[in-house]
Design a protein around this ligand. Structure first.
Ligand code: ADP
Length: 437
């Protein structure tokens, strides 16, 4: 055989071997790929079953909405709570299924609607003071958290809502608050009587007692006073919690109110030789004429003056209580939107770790100062509740051994609006006066 044929023949064989190997490898790869995609599918299926199982076992209702606000997932707890079957609800616009109400039994205003807020702000929304009207018309109390799920391109692809029925919890809380308020109300009366009799016994014009008895009675009087304050604070805080705090909002000029309070409260600061300072000044627009020719900014807000007096007095009393030397300063400033009241002292200060907890009920800083100084730990809680009742906020800054400053922000009413309101107020009073007479 000629060498050229041998070379050509072995070339063809080599080519055929290569082709066979290639085909074999391709077949094998195909096989592997298809078996791995089967594996992937079954893995996916088992993951899906697992998450279905988890969602079915969760006691909280879980609802997922897609980007068009249609329900794409509805777990059994959601079905039980709302009264809608999963198949009925899936695919519907959530508003057809989830009827959210406020505490006045009205549809939740759009500005507070947790689903819409989450779509708009692309952040988690939480609300524990909201109600759900079920399919049968029953109204239940809800604790709801709605979170967005964001796609790779950072747009909101939908939201997931987790909510639970807290009706029983709310009922128990209301019963507890009711008990505290009844008990403190009932106990305040005998305590006030004891305090009154002790005061009489201590009055030298009424009773003749020796010095030892006077010392004992003084201690008894102090403790009864403390008990009376505790009952009063308990009563106020339980009312503040369930919105029963008496509140008669009217248009009030806060500069004048705080200034007159600073004069009234001076007395308690004098007893500890603490100076009291008051300042008025603002960065807001328009300095108004206040009184006869004296230029002073006017800080109007719609609040109950009694309640604001209570807040400022509480903060002032604390400033005096926790300050050994120096001064307590009250000031009032503001801008077009808010009035800021500031109460600063040069006292013990508050450790940074305690600051986030201070406005909770019964919270007291545990240090030598508070152990010797009496208190209930309810004052700041009540202050927060009152300030929040008017849409304001309260916070503080403090430095150990340097002092503490409390800030209050309240919504400001413009002078023009305030004067219109004052005029209306006086017309109403006048009309009522005529009607009565
Ligand atoms: P209390 O009746 O104990 O004063 P509050 O609720 O008014 O209750 O205050 C809570 C705690 O905050 C106090 O126990 C005290 O530790 C701390 N506190 C409040 N105001 C001041 C202040 N001006 N300076 C230092 N500590 C303060």
């Amino acid at each position: 055989m000629k060498p050229v044929y041998i070379i050509a023949g072995s070339g063809i064989v080599f080519f055929l071997v290569l082709l066979t190997v290639f085909l074999l490898v391709r077949r094998k790869r195909k096989k592997t790929l298809s078996s791995s995609s089967v594996q992937d599918n079954s893995k996916l299926e088992s993951e899906r079953n697992k998450s279905d199982l988890i969602l079915a076992s969760i006691d909280d209702a879980v609802i997922v909405l897609d980007e068009n606000k249609a329900i794409s997932l509805f777990n059994p707890a959601a079905a039980k709570m709302t009264g809608w079957a999963k198949d009925e609800a899936t695919g519907l616009d959530y508003r057809a299924v989830i009827k959210l109400l406020d505490d006045k039994n009205e549809p939740v205003p759009l500005a507070n609607e947790p689903f819409l807020l989450t779509y708009q702000n692309e952040t988690t929304t939480h609300n524990n003071a909201i109600f759900l009207q079920t399919k049968s018309g029953e109204v239940i109390s809800l604790d709801i958290t709605v979170s967005p799920f964001i796609s790779h391109d950072l747009s909101v692809k939908g939201v997931v809502a987790v909510f639970r029925d807290v009706s029983q919890q709310k009922k128990e809380e209301a019963q507890r608050a009711d008990f505290i308020s009844t008990a403190s109300h009932e106990m305040r009366t005998p305590v006030a009587a004891i305090e009154g009799y002790l005061a009489l016994a201590l009055n030298s014009k009424v009773c003749a007692i020796d010095e030892k008895a006077r010392a004992f009675l003084l201690k008894a009087h102090e403790s009864t006073e403390h008990l009376g304050n505790l009952f009063q604070d308990l009563l106020t805080s339980s009312k503040a919690e369930d919105g029963r705090l008496t509140n008669h909002p009217e248009i009030v000029e806060l500069g004048g109110l705080v200034e007159s309070l600073s004069n009234d409260l001076k007395f308690s600061a004098d007893k500890k030789s603490l100076a009291v300072e008051f300042s008025l000044g603002g960065t807001g627009k328009g300095v108004e004429v206040h009184g006869a020719g004296v230029l002073k900014p006017l800080y109007y807000s719609v609040v109950d003056p009694e309640r604001i007096r209570e807040v400022v007095t509480n903060l002032f009393d604390n400033a005096v209580k926790y300050t050994d030397s120096g001064k307590v300063s009250l000031s009032i400033t503001g801008n077009d939107d808010v009035v800021q009241i500031r109460i600063a002292d040069t006292g013990h200060g508050i450790p940074a770790a305690d600051i986030p907890h201070l406005f909770q009920k019964f919270y007291r800083v545990d240090n030598s100062a508070t152990r010797t100084i009496g208190g209930t730990g309810l004052g700041l809680f009540i202050c927060r509740k009152i300030v929040e009742m008017y849409g304001g906020k309260i916070w503080l800054e403090s430095q150990l051994d340097k002092g503490t400053t409390f800030f209050i922000h309240l919504p400001r009413t413009s002078t023009l609006e305030a004067q219109n309101m004052l005029q209306q107020q006086s017309t109403t009073t006048h009309t009522t006066g005529v009607a009565v007479s």
